[in-house]
Design a protein around this ligand. Structure first.
Ligand SMILES: CC(C)(COP(=O)(O)OP(=O)(O)OC[C@H]1O[C@@H](n2cnc3c(N)ncnc32)[C@H](O)[C@@H]1OP(=O)(O)O)[C@@H](O)C(=O)NCCC(=O)NCCS
Length: 210
């Protein structure tokens, strides 16, 4: 499958910070930027920048970011699912995982996460993919936001729902291990029925239970 990546951008001002949201951004441009110290939900900012540069250089990888000049304050990643996870079992060329979305604390709750997804899905090429996100509460910044798991789950539903990602049932043990965890997905308009059927088969390993 050819992975078409069409650049688009949008401006947004949050708490007096003028942001440019743009992407997909090429690896070499991402490597030349700086990462805000508030981007520490998953790794220290320098390590996260390296990980994102690697994703941007993958054929299917996409990074859409929010920056103030050359300072990155938010990003979202799309790439093939981890080979260790069930979502890569069928090796679907048209299934991408929204791997992470993060917005620096000082500009949170200002619509940046939703705008990052708006820019991401403004590329018509996204209609050729099933995009999934696996939401595990242990990845959430409960401490930094002061939200409980259900309030945080609501935020994630609003963010993901803004681009048409919807909750989907699965018997994946990690997802089922806590009721706030969930699988969400968006099936692009041009995704063929065979890919949808293969995705449905991956969602349930124990069909006899249903
Ligand atoms: C989750 C996260 C990306 C949200 O980013 P954000 O830019 O603050 O999100 P938005 O401003 O677009 O908010 C989306 C909605 O949630 C609401 N919201 C966001 N933060 C909120 C908070 N702390 N309390 C209440 N509502 C909140 C917004 O008001 C908005 O609601 P609306 O759709 O009714 O307008 C951000 O909190 C973050 O980076 N967290 C750490 C990393 C993480 O947990 N990522 C998710 C797992 S990969």
């Amino acid at each position: 499958m050819e992975h078409v990546k069409r650049y688009s951008s949008k401006r947004l001002t949050v708490n007096g910070t003028e942001l440019l949201l743009e992407g997909p951004v090429p690896a070499e441009r991402l490597a030349a930027m700086r990462f805000d110290e508030g981007l520490k939900a998953f790794r220290i900012p320098e390590e996260q920048q390296k990980a994102l540069v690697e994703i941007a250089s993958l054929p299917e990888g996409r990074i859409v970011l929010a920056r103030e000049a050359d300072l990155v304050l938010g990003y979202v990643t799309f790439l093939y699912p981890d080979p260790m996870e069930r979502w890569s079992e069928a090796k679907l060329p048209d299934l991408l995982e929204l791997g992470a979305i993060e917005v620096s604390q000082r500009i949170r709750a200002g619509g940046v996460a939703k705008a990052l997804l708006e820019v991401s899905f403004s590329d018509d090429a996204m209609e050729d993919y099933i995009v999934i996100t696996t939401e595990y509460y242990w990845h959430w910044d409960l401490k930094g936001t002061g939200l409980d798991v259900w309030q945080y789950r609501k935020v994630m539903e609003k963010v993901m729902g803004s681009v048409g990602m919807v909750w989907m049932a699965t018997d994946d043990p990690e997802i089922c291990s806590h009721p706030a965890n969930c699988l969400m997905a968006r099936i692009g308009k041009r995704v063929p029925p065979e890919s949808i059927a293969a995705f449905d088969a991956m969602r349930f390993h124990n069909r006899y239970l249903f």
